[in-house]
Design a protein around this ligand. Structure first.
Ligand code: PLP
Length: 409
């Protein structure tokens, strides 16, 4: 069978699973419990000897259908979906790591991931933050007890791009779990599997859902990590193919025990949203390039951070790795121009904290999402007080440019 395209596979995913009445969308299944005619079958489901549903916190048919779509998009082997992106990240790391383990993380991180890594440190898991745009910094931070490396594809809000391929090679050589947060690029622009990642993380809330109407998160196992060489897998999960040990432990420890499960209604919204991921992403990337070029030549803008600009430090890397430069950028305003005044003068562009929406959203990052970490850490991440992060949407480009023109005036 020839391999089908990204969109074709996704659009026909639910239907291939022989749903009731030939429905084209997987039904929203609200049931928490599942009844069995033969109680022995129920026992076999609990014992993992038979596929089936036992309780809604662990599994739900609507959520399973979404997991299958994401696995296909990421070309992975299995996906665990969670209530939010943060739940996916937290549950995964808490499932796989133990006190005394060490991880290396990019210093350029989504704010709440950064904060969660502080919690890991409180629990006795060491975290080294390094400049992951340079593989040598990652390499220099490795220790005897290093288990995992965590990076983002395009980092918030300064858009640094980790040395994704070289870190993949390093993790392979050193037998480390390589976790890549693919939220900013989405599987339309980039497959972490292509750089030897063990896991791809997606906040489904962002580009995959794409409409700002449902929260969700997912972790996809690419199938590339050899779990038989990982010391932290519980013996209870070793009675199956080693390929599945990692995701099984995440589903049992992270999803079942920690309980941040995705609901079926949200799963339905996210699945419908995912059907237009490619179209939205293409339009948003095109708009973002035009906005970045406009802002770059504007006298009130001091600096534009966008991987699509030739002067971006990792422009060549982004061009080589990604199918597009994404739709997230930040701008620094010149001295004397107040970011709040600019935001308040926007007409279509919404002052809002989300990203990956169909609408263009803008936020003064130092005063909001990066407020809690304090001035010193902000400075180390290159976040200026006047910085505005933009998540470019799919509006007509002329309307966006008109908005920037009048708001900056
Ligand atoms: C938003 C985001 C998350 C967290 O996702 P939620 O669904 O909001 O919990 C994680 N990583 C990145 C890069 C994000 O942008």
């Amino acid at each position: 069978m020839t391999k089908k395209g990204f969109n074709t596979t996704n659009l026909h995913s639910d239907r291939r699973d022989q749903p009731e009445h030939g429905v084209l969308h997987k039904a929203i299944h609200p049931s928490v419990a599942y009844g069995y005619e033969d109680a022995r079958e129920l026992a076999e489901v609990f014992q993992g000897k038979r596929a089936g549903y036992n309780y809604g916190r662990q599994l739900n048919p609507t959520v399973t259908a979404l997991q299958n779509r994401i696995t296909a998009m990421e070309e992975g082997i299995a996906t665990a979906a969670f209530a939010t992106g943060m739940a996916a990240i937290a549950s995964t790391l808490l499932s796989l790591l133990k006190q005394g383990d060490h991880i290396v993380s990019s210093a350029y991180l989504f704010g709440n991931t950064n904060s969660f890594f502080g919690t890991l440190q409180n629990l006795g898991i060491e975290v080294s933050f390094v400049d992951a745009t340079d593989v040598n910094q990652v390499k220099a931070a490795l220790k005897e007890n290093t288990r995992l490396v965590f990076v983002e594809t395009i980092a918030n809000p300064v858009t640094q791009i980790a040395d994704l391929r070289a870190i993949g090679v390093l993790c392979k050589v050193e037998n480390l779990i390589y976790c890549v947060d693919n939220t900013m690029t989405s599987p339309h622009l980039f497959l972490p599997k292509s750089v030897d990642a063990s896991f791809s993380v997606n906040s489904l809330t962002k580009y995959i859902g794409g409409h700002g109407n449902a929260l969700g998160g997912a972790i996809t196992d690419t199938g590339l990590y050899d779990w038989s060489r990982f010391g932290n897998i519980s013996d209870s999960y070793k009675n199956q193919d080693p390929e599945l040990w990692g995701i099984t432990q995440i589903k049992k420890k992270g999803l079942r025990d920690m309980g941040a499960s995705l609901g079926p209604e949200a799963a339905h919204h996210l699945a419908v949203g995912s059907e237009t991921l490619s179209l939205r992403m293409e339009q948003a990337c095109k708009n973002a390039q035009a906005v970045a070029e406009f802002c770059q030549q504007h006298s009130k803008v001091k600096q534009v951070y966008y991987p699509g600009l030739a002067n971006h430090p990792q422009h060549a890397r982004a061009a080589q790795l990604f199918k597009g430069f994404g739709a997230i950028m930040s701008i620094d305003l010149v001295e004397g121009v107040d970011c709040f005044d600019v935001l308040n003068a926007m007409d279509n562009i919404v002052a809002s904290s989300n990203l990956g929406d169909t609408r263009t959203l803008a936020i003064p990052v130092a005063h909001t999402i990066y407020y809690e970490m304090g001035a010193a850490r902000r400075a180390s991440m290159g976040i200026a007080d006047s910085m505005i992060r933009l998540s470019i949407g799919i509006e007509e480009i002329d309307d966006l440019l008109t908005d920037f023109e009048q708001a900056l005036a």
